[in-house]
Design a protein around this ligand. Structure first.
Ligand SMILES: [Ca+2]
Ligand SMILES: [Ca+2]
Length: 150
């Protein structure tokens, strides 16, 4: 099987990268681009969402299973060290996860076993390379995922 066919099957296409990011696009499904930051650095919701805005997007908001699967595949494809931060946070109200950018409620949650556990007050959400979500401290080091709509 050719590598291009494999890529087609998993639906992950790397396109020209934005500086500082590894960039993937999908779609026939939603046409969105996903940019994963290259640097491992202390996370900060406002700062990272602001950086996503600079490239026309916002911190990733996973809306359904299809998008979840795509983002998980991108993370597996990148293979770098995580955690990979999303735009979800429950910093305003414990246990109620909202998208940081527009404060809308999470539409799709797929927690890892025994998560979210709010361990020592974890209010941000990461996606691991094995998929599924974990609440994690918002100040932890990691990379973040921007979503850029059409
Ligand atoms: Ca929490
Ligand atoms: Ca946790």
């Amino acid at each position: 099987m050719s590598s291009s066919l494999i890529l087609l099957l998993i639906g992950v296409f790397k396109i020209a990268s934005v500086q500082g990011y590894v960039t993937y696009t999908y779609d026939e499904r939603n046409g969105k681009q996903y940019h994963i930051s290259n640097e491992h650095e202390p996370f900060n919701l406002a700062k990272m969402n602001g950086r996503c805005k600079e490239i026309g997007g916002y911190l990733v908001e996973i809306e359904d299973y299809g998008e979840y699967m795509f983002v998980q595949r991108v993370i597996n494809f990148v293979r770098g060290r995580g955690p990979f931060f999303t735009g979800l946070t429950d910093e305003q109200h414990e246990g109620r996860f909202l998208n940081y950018n527009d404060k809308t409620p999470a539409k799709y949650l797929r927690w890892r076993w025994f998560q979210p556990d709010n361990w020592y007050g974890e209010d941000c959400v990461e996606i691991g390379y094995r998929g599924s979500f974990n609440d994690i401290g918002c100040e932890k080091w990691g990379r973040y995922i921007c979503e850029v709509p059409k």
